[in-house]
Design a protein around this ligand. Structure first.
Ligand SMILES: NC(=O)c1ccc[n+]([C@@H]2O[C@H](COP(=O)([O-])OP(=O)(O)OC[C@H]3O[C@@H](n4cnc5c(N)ncnc54)[C@H](OP(=O)(O)O)[C@@H]3O)[C@@H](O)[C@H]2O)c1
Length: 305
């Protein structure tokens, strides 16, 4: 297979980008941020997921161009969270290539994962992530779906002591993982938990978020659109008039604001490499999050669609 050189890649992506214009997110205004409970450092509340969206070939110019434009819009907010995993095929590699152009000052907050069995295999996979992502330090290293968590935890603790990772995390995407996640949160071993929560999957609010809040653990929310199922339900349905007063101009913003109504949530990571969707998603952070009563009204309205 023909592989682009780094210089060739930059030239190809850079020149095709010049021909395109994507609007910025709310100008470059600062959007809502929330603190990582452990140390109070602030993160923008909307980040980016890379599952499927960034799993593409190095020679795919259209995907590279869209991916780069998406990252550039995202990184108008320094410290924006980008979530990836060795499980996501070519996503770590694609992300690493594009960040060389989009994030020369390394201002993004990179979250990746370890997803394998065994200590040696885990360490090798993490070393590959450092290389693919082009980072000496990774912000957040999570045990993906808790796979072989007891084996990987000492590796992550050692990497944190060495300053190679800043935070330790654990993820899941099904409610069957919640009881284990809560035990791990309560053990004090992790700084961040990543879990599914959306208008269609609401259990984490009662089953995971209280433990995270009580133990000062950051919460990243995955599958905020239930992998797009939210949009099947809202298709051809107008937003309620009262959503405008909440600052929503799209169903995506409605869905994200519903999630941000949870005070335990630190950051939501919708998946896309579509720069227009990214700008739309960031719009959910341009005004205050709804209160609990409003979130209930949002859920009730969504249920009746
Ligand atoms: N166990 C785990 O650790 C785990 C599990 C699942 C997910 N995750 C992480 O969480 C991230 C998010 O989850 P996900 O990607 O599975 O699902 P998701 O974010 O709930 O949904 C992604 C879908 O929403 C669409 N979309 C995004 N923004 C939109 C907008 N503004 N308007 C309309 N459609 C929009 C995307 O379309 P396009 O594809 O056309 O852009 C895609 O089809 C993942 O990418 C991954 O980083 C982690």
């Amino acid at each position: 297979m023909h592989t682009l050189t780094r210089r060739g890649f930059m030239a190809a992506v850079g020149s095709s980008l010049m021909a395109l214009h994507y609007p910025s997110a709310a100008g470059a205004a600062t959007l809502l941020q929330r603190p990582i409970p452990r140390d109070g450092s602030l993160l923008p509340v909307i980040g980016l997921g890379t599952w499927q969206a960034f799993d593409f070939d190095a020679n795919d110019n259209t995907a590279n161009t869209d991916g780069l434009a998406t990252l550039q819009r995202l990184l108008e907010q320094p410290r924006s969270v980008i979530d990836t995993s060795p499980m996501y095929g070519r996503a770590e590699a694609a992300l690493g290539r594009l960040l060389e152009v989009a994030d020369t000052k390394q201002q993004s907050f990179i979250a990746t994962k370890v997803w394998t069995n065994g200590q040696r295999q885990g360490r090798a996979q993490i070393d590959a992530s450092f290389r693919q992502l082009g980072r000496d330090v990774i912000d957040l290293l999570q045990v993906h779906n808790l796979l072989d968590y007891p084996t990987h935890l000492p590796t992550l603790q050692a990497l944190k002591r060495e300053g190679r990772i800043r935070y330790i995390g654990a993820t899941h995407y099904l409610s069957s993982g919640y009881a284990s996640l809560v035990r791990i949160i309560e053990s004090g071993a992790i700084d961040a938990v990543q879990v599914n929560y959306s208008l269609l999957e609401r259990d984490a609010a009662s089953r995971v978020f209280p433990a995270a809040a009580a133990n000062r653990v950051a919460v990243l929310v995955n599958r905020p659109f239930a992998e797009g199922a939210i949009f099947q339900k809202t298709k051809n349905k107008p937003l309620p008039a009262w959503a405008t007063a909440l600052g929503c101009t799209s169903w995506a913003q409605f869905a994200l604001k519903f999630i941000l109504a949870q005070p335990a949530v630190t950051c939501v990571i919708p998946g896309t490499r579509n720069p227009k969707y990214l700008v739309d998603n960031l719009g959910a952070a341009a005004s205050a999050a709804p209160d609990a009563e409003t979130a209930q009204r949002m859920a009730a309205h969504f249920d009746r669609l």
